[in-house]
Design a protein around this ligand. Structure first.
Ligand SMILES: Nc1ncnc2c1ncn2[C@@H]1O[C@H](COP(=O)(O)OP(=O)(O)O)[C@@H](O)[C@H]1O
Ligand SMILES: [Mg+2]
Length: 326
């Protein structure tokens, strides 16, 4: 069997809110499992509303948080076997891109210093001349150049340009996977698709997979190979993007897809959930049942398992939507 690129296996993260005595526990990520095959690179989008646990899941994959349950394996290295994964190799294999490029770069350092730092510190380039060449080539791949970037500070670039430079920096290590947590959320609407579309080209050119995290379905719609829907910490649907978009099986994904509009449209305000109450995280039956138009007594008694529905698709629902094959 081919080695998986990434395996997320029954992963949960529980936060304690408030004091040790009176505090409550909140399951921000709840028993999430999915995997990405190695070999052909893919873009897997994880979609879900604000607060559903996307960043917490990213942080666990980036080893910034330890899972409270479950385990993550990347290229055969199990995270819980701490000795097993050389930290330097991990930095080369997995690269993050964060939401706000203005927080990625400091006001006091030139932007190119980040690129040189990555190229020289991680041993990718042996000397400055090699670094110049690699950095320039990589900046060209994202539509910029070293000439344009050199010696300039963060304030001399737009958010979109800074995010392109962040992507170039991530590519310098020739990573196997880039974890992009809402990389265009802080970018002008008109530039969002340019950047997300870039992922498609870079996937082929650099043979790198992307985990693209977004609350903005319209951007995921056009670039994803696979889609995973998160709802209140739990994965509720997973599968090839086209099949899910054409025929969502979970009523929640259906609700989201019906609202997938044109590029740049925001999440439909009418679908915004009220702030999540701690008690709602503790629902032991189907978490979507309180909002689901199809919920039955069964849905209010037990939590459905993730079940296979063919075509590589999985759905966590007792009554997945049936679509005619027309
Ligand atoms: N360090 C933390 N301590 C306590 N609660 C947290 C922490 N990080 C995130 N949360 C909570 O976990 C839930 C999921 O957060 P997050 O993963 O940031 O969601 P998303 O990225 O989908 O918006 C939210 O209710 C958030 O308030
Ligand atoms: Mg987030």
């Amino acid at each position: 069997m081919a080695e998986k690129l990434l395996e997320v296996n029954g992963v949960s993260k529980i936060f304690r809110i408030g004091g040790m005595l009176m505090g409550k526990k909140m399951t921000a990520v709840d028993d999430v499992s999915f995997s990405i095959d190695s070999g052909k690179p893919v873009i897997l989008s994880i979609v879900g509303e604000s607060g559903c646990g996307k960043s917490t899941l990213c942080k666990m994959i980036l080893r910034l948080h330890n899972p409270d349950m479950g385990d993550i394996t990347l290229l055969g290295h199990k995270y819980s076997d701490k000795k097993n994964y050389d930290p330097k190799q991990f930095k080369l294999d997995v690269q993050p891109i964060f939401q706000n490029p203005y927080e990625t770069f400091s006001m006091r350092k030139t932007v190119d210093s980040y690129l040189y730092n990555t190229a020289l510190r991680l041993g990718i380039c042996g000397n400055r001349a090699e670094a110049d060449k690699l950095i320039d080539e990589t900046l060209h791949a994202v539509g910029m150049s070293l000439q344009v970037v050199k010696g300039k500070y963060m304030t001399q670039f737009s958010g979109g340009e800074l995010q392109r430079i962040s992507i170039a920096r991530a590519l310098l290590t020739k990573p196997k996977i880039i974890i992009a947590d809402e990389p265009v959320a802080a970018i002008d609407a008109s530039m969002k698709m340019n950047i997300v579309n870039l992922f498609k080209d870079l996937k082929e050119q650099f043979q790198v997979s992307f985990l693209y995290i977004t609350h903005d379905l319209s951007t995921a719609y056009y670039v994803s190979d696979y889609i995973a829907t998160l709802y209140r910490g739990g994965l509720i649907e997973y599968g090839p993007a086209k099949e899910i978009m054409d025929n969502p099986a979970h009523p929640y994904t259906d609700l989201l897809m019906n609202a997938v509009p044109r590029v740049g449209d925001k999440w439909d305000e009418s679908m915004k959930m009220p702030d999540m109450e701690t008690k709602e995280y503790a629902i032991t039956y189907c978490k979507f049942a309180p909002r689901c138009p199809y919920a039955t007594d069964e849905c209010r008694k037990a939590r459905p398992d993730m079940k296979n529905i063919g075509e590589g698709r999985q759905v966590r629902c007792f009554h997945p939507l049936q679509h005619s094959a027309s």
